[in-house]
Design a protein around this ligand. Structure first.
Ligand SMILES: C[S@@+](CC[C@H](N)C(=O)[O-])C[C@H]1O[C@@H](n2cnc3c(N)ncnc32)[C@H](O)[C@@H]1O
Length: 285
């Protein structure tokens, strides 16, 4: 079965297919699984789809899968219809008629008040690196609306996929909206951790919180002894050192090569682990 996914910076589509799915398929019937750092919800959605018997909890910290999700898709669909009718096409270069492009986009968002909706709509029409690093000025963006990055004629397929994805998310057993530190991880048989990577300021996520090394250590320390978990990270050496300090045993690991930009690849690691008993050597509190 294919993996359900939508365009979302940092989604774990490939890792789900190559690594997570096998672990999920081996879980005992009715096990409880939590996806603590939900992002687009990809992992929780696909876990529930592959194993409907599992009790799945998604922590949607950013409220990503709220009704605003469909509002964003509806607005984009209308914009792409207008672009198609105006004969404007996708390209890596600046749009051939920037004024018309800006006029069309603004006509669809002039009455929108939600910053999240505005930001998620306009990011399709900005230089890709601006979008990737979340460097969008929500109060002064009009002059950055210069590109059409998706093919208007194909947008209907993206839209249909967005609806299928949203519908699949409704099958998840529990959707919560918490800071990771407020979740009681003892309740779950498998804990999935895909946090923002070490020391990164997360401007592309709605809440734009800084996620520190201490946060990564804290969340691992919250895992009960003998409990299995999956953790994603890009720095193999750092995370292995943290595992040593926190008495974590790696059961298996997997490397995925991710494309950053033209001709630049980086490693992305996934670890399936168990927390062993033993006194930790550090405290982050
Ligand atoms: C790398 S993304 C997860 C991507 C996801 N696995 C997917 O496939 O779409 C990290 C997520 O952690 C969330 N996050 C950041 N700080 C958090 C916190 N303190 N507590 C809970 N979630 C947090 C971010 O908002 C973002 O949604």
């Amino acid at each position: 079965m294919s993996v359900l996914a939508i365009g979302y910076s940092g989604n774990k589509r490939v890792e789900y297919r190559n690594f997570v799915r096998e672990i999920i398929n081996d879980l005992p019937k009715n096990s409880k699984v939590i996806d603590v750092f939900g992002g687009s919800g990809l992992i929780a959605i696909n876990v529930k789809r592959d194993r409907p018997d599992l009790i799945v909890t998604l922590n949607d910290f950013d409220n990503f899968l709220s009704d605003e999700y469909m509002e964003i898709n509806d607005i984009k669909k209308r914009i792409y219809e207008d672009l198609k009718n105006a004969d404007l096409h996708a390209s890596d270069r600046k749009c051939e008629n920037v004024e018309l492009l800006q006029k069309i986009i603004l006509s669809h968002i002039k009455n929108v008040t939600s910053k999240r909706v505005i930001r998620d709509v306009i990011r399709d029409f900005m230089f890709s690196s601006k979008d990737a690093c979340g460097n969008i000025d929500i109060n002064n963006y009009v002059n950055d609306l210069l590109y059409i990055r998706k093919i208007p004629e194909k947008y209907v397929k993206i839209y249909d996929n967005a609806i299928i994805y949203f519908e699949a998310s409704k099958k998840i057993d529990n959707i919560i909206h918490c800071d990771y530190s407020n979740i009681n991880l003892c309740e779950y048989d498998l804990i999935i951790l895909d946090p923002p990577y070490l020391n990164s300021s997360q401007k592309q996520y709605n809440k734009e919180m800084f996620f520190s090394v201490a946060d990564t250590i804290n969340i691992i320390q919250q895992i009960p002894t003998d409990r299995k978990f999956i953790l994603f990270n890009q720095n193999h050496k750092d995370i292995i050192k943290i595992f040593e300090i926190l008495h974590v045993k790696v059961i298996k690991e997997n490397k995925t090569l991710r494309s950053m930009c033209h001709n630049t690849l980086r490693d992305d690691w996934a670890f399936y682990c168990v927390r062993l008993s033993g006194k930790c050597e550090i405290s982050t509190s």
